[in-house]
Ligand binder design. Structure first.
Ligand SMILES: [Zn+2]
Length: 263
């Protein structure tokens, strides 16, 4: 089994709607990101811990430096408690950082108070959060248009700036907020969202954003049922050809190497 690259994102899940998550048509363990010698677990949904241990090579939760939660919905935050227990050696080694919206920490929180006490630092997110984690900067790119307090991120450091555009309804400023992303990961739940009625992006929104940002690599993930039925890998291939860019559909367990700009 080859070791992981120095900088990478591992997709511990690519499920994006209630149905896809509850039937586990795709896994829902979130993103494991290693960048600038920091390890960040983003949105550990149901099965996150299981998916980390089942990965080959195995991913060790005790190596996680930070847990980053975009919002408190179950597909993004369900396994935060078990991840915290694992990364703190069952609460015996107080360490690490948890970054999450205030409404995921204090009001009707899915995170247990005793688990919060295991974490080295709890950092509530706001629209202007810039958090330094060693040589990695975690920046809130935007507050999203999604029920509850929801944020998307830019992770800066190492060979590339990675944009993690989490759940949101489309709005005009989105592309500009993620303009710095050289690698752009987009939660694209829907096949089609007429009149933007649902609080998620569809594939047309994703294409519009990618066309404006023009990242080196774009990845669609967090798929709903209709989009899965429409074969996301075919959608991204056609999209990539139209845009002249590398666009891929994430698969469960996929490792995406974050590399520097080719000379
Ligand atoms: Zn979601």
């Amino acid at each position: 089994m080859p070791p992981y690259p120095a900088n990478f994102v591992k997709f511990l899940g690519t499920a994006g709607s209630r149905f896809v998550v509850s039937k586990q048509l795709r896994a829902s363990g979130g993103l494991w990101l290693r960048l600038a010698e920091q390890t960040v677990w983003i949105d550990p949904g149901p099965g996150a811990l299981v998916r980390a241990y089942a990965s080959r090579p195995k991913l060790d939760p005790e190596s996680v430096d930070a847990v980053l939660v975009s919002h408190k919905h179950i597909d993004h935050a369900n396994d935060v408690n078990v991840v915290i227990e694992a990364m703190t050696h069952g609460g015996h080694r107080r360490r690490g950082v948890l970054l999450a919206p205030g409404d995921a920490l204090y009001e009707d929180s899915p995170i247990c108070e005793y688990a919060l006490s295991y974490i080295g630092q709890v950092q509530p997110l706001t629209e202007t959060t810039v958090y330094r984690l060693g040589d990695l900067t975690v920046r809130v790119a935007a507050r999203h248009d999604h029920p509850g307090e929801t944020y998307g991120f830019l992770l800066e450091g190492g060979p590339a700036t990675v944009g993690v555009l989490t759940d949101t309804r489309y709005f005009a400023a989105l592309a500009q907020r993620y303009a710095a992303a050289e690698v752009l990961i987009i939660n694209c739940v829907l096949e089609d969202n007429p009149d933007h009625r649902v609080y998620h992006l569809d594939r047309h929104d994703a294409e519009r954003i990618i066309a404006a940002v023009r990242p080196r690599q774009a990845v669609l993930t967090h798929f709903g049922l209709r989009l899965l039925e429409a074969k996301p890998w075919e959608i991204t291939e056609a999209m990539g050809q139209r845009l002249g860019l590398e666009v891929v559909a994430a698969r469960d367990g996929m490792t995406l190497e974050i590399a520097g700009k080719a000379e």
